[in-house]
Ligand binder design. Structure first.
Ligand code: ZN
Length: 198
Protein backbone atom coordinates (compact mmCIF):
# COMPACT_ATOMS: atom_id res chain seq x y z
CA UNK A 1 0.00 0.00 0.00
CA UNK A 2 2.98 2.27 0.48
CA UNK A 3 3.30 2.63 -3.29
CA UNK A 4 0.29 4.93 -3.32
CA UNK A 5 -0.43 8.30 -1.75
CA UNK A 6 -1.89 8.05 1.76
CA UNK A 7 -5.22 9.38 0.54
CA UNK A 8 -5.52 6.75 -2.15
CA UNK A 9 -4.48 4.04 0.30
CA UNK A 10 -7.25 5.18 2.61
CA UNK A 11 -9.80 5.15 -0.20
CA UNK A 12 -8.70 1.64 -1.18
CA UNK A 13 -8.96 0.51 2.43
CA UNK A 14 -12.48 1.99 2.82
CA UNK A 15 -13.72 0.45 -0.43
CA UNK A 16 -12.16 -2.85 0.58
CA UNK A 17 -14.47 -2.98 3.59
CA UNK A 18 -17.48 -3.33 1.29
CA UNK A 19 -18.84 -6.88 0.88
CA UNK A 20 -17.52 -8.71 -2.14
CA UNK A 21 -14.79 -6.15 -2.80
CA UNK A 22 -11.32 -7.64 -2.54
CA UNK A 23 -8.08 -5.65 -2.56
CA UNK A 24 -7.75 -5.78 -6.34
CA UNK A 25 -11.32 -4.57 -6.92
CA UNK A 26 -10.86 -1.88 -4.30
CA UNK A 27 -7.78 -0.63 -6.12
CA UNK A 28 -9.58 -0.63 -9.44
CA UNK A 29 -12.55 1.25 -7.98
CA UNK A 30 -10.29 3.77 -6.24
CA UNK A 31 -8.43 4.63 -9.42
CA UNK A 32 -11.68 4.77 -11.34
CA UNK A 33 -13.05 7.27 -8.82
CA UNK A 34 -9.88 9.39 -9.02
CA UNK A 35 -10.29 9.56 -12.80
CA UNK A 36 -14.00 10.44 -12.68
CA UNK A 37 -15.09 14.08 -13.19
CA UNK A 38 -15.31 15.82 -9.80
CA UNK A 39 -19.01 16.56 -10.29
CA UNK A 40 -19.79 12.87 -10.73
CA UNK A 41 -17.79 11.93 -7.65
CA UNK A 42 -19.68 14.51 -5.56
CA UNK A 43 -22.97 13.14 -6.86
CA UNK A 44 -21.97 9.60 -5.89
CA UNK A 45 -20.85 10.70 -2.42
CA UNK A 46 -24.04 12.76 -1.93
CA UNK A 47 -26.23 9.85 -3.01
CA UNK A 48 -24.53 7.54 -0.53
CA UNK A 49 -24.95 10.00 2.35
CA UNK A 50 -28.57 10.80 1.41
CA UNK A 51 -29.45 7.10 1.19
CA UNK A 52 -27.89 6.51 4.58
CA UNK A 53 -29.69 9.43 6.27
CA UNK A 54 -33.07 9.30 4.48
CA UNK A 55 -33.77 5.61 4.37
CA UNK A 56 -35.60 4.27 7.40
CA UNK A 57 -37.63 1.26 8.45
CA UNK A 58 -41.33 1.27 7.56
CA UNK A 59 -43.17 1.54 10.86
CA UNK A 60 -45.54 -1.21 9.78
CA UNK A 61 -43.53 -3.87 7.94
CA UNK A 62 -39.93 -2.80 8.79
CA UNK A 63 -38.75 -2.75 5.17
CA UNK A 64 -36.38 0.02 4.09
CA UNK A 65 -38.26 3.02 2.81
CA UNK A 66 -38.07 6.81 2.31
CA UNK A 67 -41.16 7.64 4.34
CA UNK A 68 -42.80 6.46 7.58
CA UNK A 69 -44.98 3.97 5.73
CA UNK A 70 -43.70 2.13 2.66
CA UNK A 71 -45.75 2.22 -0.58
CA UNK A 72 -47.00 -1.34 -0.02
CA UNK A 73 -48.23 -0.73 3.53
CA UNK A 74 -49.89 2.53 2.53
CA UNK A 75 -51.69 0.97 -0.45
CA UNK A 76 -55.38 0.14 -0.03
CA UNK A 77 -55.16 -2.15 -3.07
CA UNK A 78 -53.14 -4.66 -1.06
CA UNK A 79 -54.65 -7.35 1.14
CA UNK A 80 -53.53 -6.32 4.61
CA UNK A 81 -54.86 -9.54 6.13
CA UNK A 82 -52.20 -11.64 4.42
CA UNK A 83 -48.66 -11.08 5.70
CA UNK A 84 -45.60 -12.64 4.09
CA UNK A 85 -42.60 -12.79 6.39
CA UNK A 86 -39.24 -12.36 4.63
CA UNK A 87 -35.70 -11.89 5.89
CA UNK A 88 -34.81 -8.64 4.14
CA UNK A 89 -35.93 -5.97 1.69
CA UNK A 90 -34.18 -7.73 -1.19
CA UNK A 91 -36.41 -10.78 -0.66
CA UNK A 92 -39.44 -8.51 -0.62
CA UNK A 93 -38.30 -7.06 -3.94
CA UNK A 94 -37.92 -10.58 -5.37
CA UNK A 95 -41.55 -11.39 -4.54
CA UNK A 96 -42.75 -8.02 -5.79
CA UNK A 97 -41.06 -8.74 -9.13
CA UNK A 98 -43.38 -11.71 -9.66
CA UNK A 99 -46.25 -9.20 -9.67
CA UNK A 100 -48.56 -11.93 -8.38
CA UNK A 101 -48.56 -11.41 -4.65
CA UNK A 102 -51.16 -8.98 -3.40
CA UNK A 103 -50.74 -9.24 0.35
CA UNK A 104 -48.37 -7.23 2.51
CA UNK A 105 -45.00 -8.14 4.01
CA UNK A 106 -43.12 -8.24 7.24
CA UNK A 107 -39.37 -7.82 6.93
CA UNK A 108 -37.43 -9.40 9.79
CA UNK A 109 -34.17 -7.65 8.87
CA UNK A 110 -32.28 -10.84 9.55
CA UNK A 111 -32.73 -14.42 10.66
CA UNK A 112 -32.16 -16.32 13.86
CA UNK A 113 -28.63 -17.73 13.95
CA UNK A 114 -27.32 -19.35 17.12
CA UNK A 115 -23.93 -19.64 15.38
CA UNK A 116 -23.68 -15.88 14.91
CA UNK A 117 -25.36 -15.14 18.22
CA UNK A 118 -28.46 -13.66 16.56
CA UNK A 119 -31.51 -14.45 18.68
CA UNK A 120 -35.24 -13.74 18.31
CA UNK A 121 -34.83 -10.35 19.97
CA UNK A 122 -32.27 -9.25 17.41
CA UNK A 123 -34.70 -9.39 14.49
CA UNK A 124 -38.02 -7.61 13.95
CA UNK A 125 -40.22 -10.22 15.57
CA UNK A 126 -41.82 -8.04 18.24
CA UNK A 127 -43.12 -5.72 15.53
CA UNK A 128 -44.73 -8.70 13.80
CA UNK A 129 -46.47 -9.84 16.97
CA UNK A 130 -47.93 -6.35 17.41
CA UNK A 131 -49.31 -6.49 13.87
CA UNK A 132 -50.91 -9.87 14.50
CA UNK A 133 -53.14 -8.33 17.13
CA UNK A 134 -55.01 -6.73 14.24
CA UNK A 135 -57.09 -8.49 11.58
CA UNK A 136 -54.82 -11.10 10.00
CA UNK A 137 -55.95 -14.20 8.10
CA UNK A 138 -52.64 -15.75 7.14
CA UNK A 139 -48.94 -15.49 7.85
CA UNK A 140 -46.77 -16.88 5.06
CA UNK A 141 -43.27 -17.71 6.23
CA UNK A 142 -40.94 -17.03 3.31
CA UNK A 143 -37.57 -17.06 5.01
CA UNK A 144 -34.69 -18.61 3.04
CA UNK A 145 -34.02 -22.38 2.93
CA UNK A 146 -30.78 -21.87 4.81
CA UNK A 147 -30.09 -23.16 8.33
CA UNK A 148 -30.88 -19.69 9.68
CA UNK A 149 -34.01 -19.33 7.54
CA UNK A 150 -35.33 -22.72 8.66
CA UNK A 151 -34.54 -22.01 12.31
CA UNK A 152 -36.45 -18.76 12.02
CA UNK A 153 -39.40 -20.46 10.32
CA UNK A 154 -39.52 -23.11 13.05
CA UNK A 155 -39.37 -20.52 15.81
CA UNK A 156 -42.06 -18.42 14.14
CA UNK A 157 -44.45 -21.30 13.59
CA UNK A 158 -44.19 -22.30 17.25
CA UNK A 159 -44.69 -18.71 18.31
CA UNK A 160 -47.74 -18.25 16.10
CA UNK A 161 -49.49 -21.56 16.81
CA UNK A 162 -51.37 -20.28 19.87
CA UNK A 163 -52.73 -17.27 17.95
CA UNK A 164 -54.92 -19.54 15.79
CA UNK A 165 -53.90 -17.57 12.70
CA UNK A 166 -53.29 -19.69 9.59
CA UNK A 167 -49.53 -20.15 9.20
CA UNK A 168 -47.99 -21.43 5.96
CA UNK A 169 -44.45 -21.99 4.72
CA UNK A 170 -43.39 -21.50 1.10
CA UNK A 171 -42.74 -24.79 -0.68
CA UNK A 172 -39.43 -26.45 -1.42
CA UNK A 173 -39.38 -25.14 -4.99
CA UNK A 174 -36.81 -22.89 -3.43
CA UNK A 175 -33.53 -24.84 -3.50
CA UNK A 176 -31.96 -25.70 -0.16
CA UNK A 177 -29.43 -23.10 0.84
CA UNK A 178 -30.85 -20.77 -1.76
CA UNK A 179 -31.17 -17.06 -1.27
CA UNK A 180 -34.62 -15.88 -2.34
CA UNK A 181 -33.25 -12.91 -4.24
CA UNK A 182 -31.34 -15.12 -6.70
CA UNK A 183 -34.25 -17.34 -7.57
CA UNK A 184 -36.18 -16.76 -10.77
CA UNK A 185 -39.74 -15.47 -10.62
CA UNK A 186 -41.42 -18.66 -11.85
CA UNK A 187 -39.74 -20.77 -9.15
CA UNK A 188 -40.64 -18.19 -6.55
CA UNK A 189 -44.25 -18.13 -7.67
CA UNK A 190 -44.45 -21.94 -7.59
CA UNK A 191 -42.99 -21.94 -4.07
CA UNK A 192 -45.67 -19.49 -3.04
CA UNK A 193 -48.55 -21.33 -4.69
CA UNK A 194 -47.46 -24.66 -3.22
CA UNK A 195 -47.03 -23.31 0.29
CA UNK A 196 -48.10 -25.70 2.99
CA UNK A 197 -49.84 -25.36 6.32
CA UNK A 198 -47.69 -25.42 9.43
ZN1 ZN B 1 -44.29 -1.25 5.00
Amino acid sequence: MDYYSQTISRLIAELGHLPGVGTKSAQRLAFHIINMPEEQVRQLADTIVTAKTQVRFCKECCTLTDSDLCPICSSDKRDHRQIMVVENSRDLAAYEKTGQYNGVYHVLQGAISPMLGIGPNDIRLKELLVRLQGDVDEVIIATNSTVEGEATAMYLSKLLKPTGIRVTRIASGVPVGGDLEYIDEVTLLKAFENRKEL
